[in-house]
Design a binder for this molecule. Sequence first.
Ligand SMILES: Nc1ncnc2c1ncn2[C@@H]1O[C@H](COP(=O)(O)OP(=O)(O)O)[C@@H](O)[C@H]1O
Ligand SMILES: [Mg+2]
Length: 398
Amino acid sequence: MSNKTILVAFGGASPEHEVSVLTAMQSIAALRERNHTIIPLYIGKTGRWYTGKNLTNLEEYKDLKTLIASSAPCTFAHNENGRVVLMETSSKGLFSKPKSFHFDVVLPAFHGSDGENGAFQGVCETFNIPYTGSGVLGSSVGMDKLTAKSLCRSARFPVVDDVGFYESEWVENKASIIENIANLGYPVFVKPVSLGSSIGVTRASDENTLINAVESAFRYDRHVLVEKGVSPLKEINCSVMGTVENATASVLEHPMGSEELLSFKDKYQRGEGAKGMASADRIIPAELPSDKTEEIRTLAVQIFKKLNCSGLARLDFLLNAETNEVFFNEINTIPGSFSFYLWDHSDISFPELLERLIAIALEQHQQKNGRVRSYETNLLSQKAAIGLKGLKGTKGPR
Ligand SMILES: Nc1ncnc2c1ncn2[C@@H]1O[C@H](COP(=O)(O)OP(=O)(O)O)[C@@H](O)[C@H]1O
Ligand SMILES: [Mg+2]
C-alpha cells in the first residue's frame, strides 16, 4: 500500500479509555513500520478532542495533565477548499497560527462507549470521511448485547436464554423480574447491556446476590441483562475480518481467567503490562476437535455478516465443556489490540492486518460515494410557489 496519512482516533469517555490508549499506541507503531504518517486524535475523558506529537508516545500518558497542556484542542472541519481536515481550534505556541491536517483515512481505536457504539462512526459519516471497522449500524448493534443476541436468536444462531430490563421496569416490577430470572435457573450472569471488559458483570448464585448484582450493574447502564450461566465453561474467541460480502475467520483463542469470570484484571493487567489484550493468558489455537473448531469459525463469519459488521471484529463464544454446546456471547467491533495476535497465526502481521482494514475502508467509502446519494427534485421551488401549510402566513393548498 502506498504511504497514507492515517488519523488514529482513541481514548474517549469510556471505562476502557486506558486500554484504548494501549491499542492506539500499538497500532501507531505498526503503521509506522510501513512508513505511514500518523495524526493522533486523542479524545480525553471529558470528551474534548486533542492532537499533537506527544500524543503518540505512551510514556507521556503517565502525566495526563502535562500531556493535555502540551496538545492542541481540535475538531473536524471543512477547510477553505471544502476538504475535511483535523483543525486545531487554538494553537499551542504564542506566535503560531492554529494548524490543520489532511488525512486519507481514520482508524478508530476506541474501546467502549461513543467511540465503538457508532456515535464516532456517525461523525465520520456526516463528514464523508473513510474509516476502518464497522459502520454506524454494525457498531451500535455490536455494542448492545441484547440487540445483538436477539438478531442472532431470530437467525437461529445459538445464544443463552436471558431476561433484559430497564431500571424503571426493575423499580416497578422487581418481584416478577426476579421470578423470570429464577426460571432461568441459578447461577446467572448479570451485565450492563452496553459495556465491555467485564465492567459491572457479576455472577449471582441466589436471589440476594442477584439483587446486589443488578443494582451494581445499573450504576453503569439503565439497561441490564441477566443470563443463564454456562457451566462448566470454556470461553472461545474468534476474530473475523472482511465485509458482509466476503469475510474470513481467524484461528480460535481460549482465554483463561483466574476466577469463574474473566475479569478486567485477567484481560489487561496480567503478564508484562503495556500490551493490552495481547498480554492476557490464552491458548492459541484453542484445543478443540477440528469439527468444533470449524463449527465456531463458520458461526463467527455468519454472525459478523448478520450483525452488519465490517473490517474486523472479535466474536466471543461460551462453550459448555461437558455437553460441547456452543453459544454466541458477544461481539467486539473494535477488539483489544485489534486481535492481531490471532492473525499472527495465519501469517498476517499486525502492520499487514491494519493495511487490510484500511484498504477495506477506502474501498467501501469509494463504493458509497459511487451510489446515488441525492435526488434532484424541484420540490422546494414548487412549495415556495404555492405556499406551505403550517408556515406562518401561508395558506395555500397541500
Ligand atoms: N452466560 C454466562 N455463563 C458463564 N460465564 C459467563 C456468562 N456470561 C459471561 N460470563 C463470564 O463473564 C465474562 C464477561 O462477560 P461478557 O458478556 O463477555 O462481558 P464483557 O463485554 O464485559 O466482556 C465472560 O468473559 C465470562 O467469563
Ligand atoms: Mg467479553
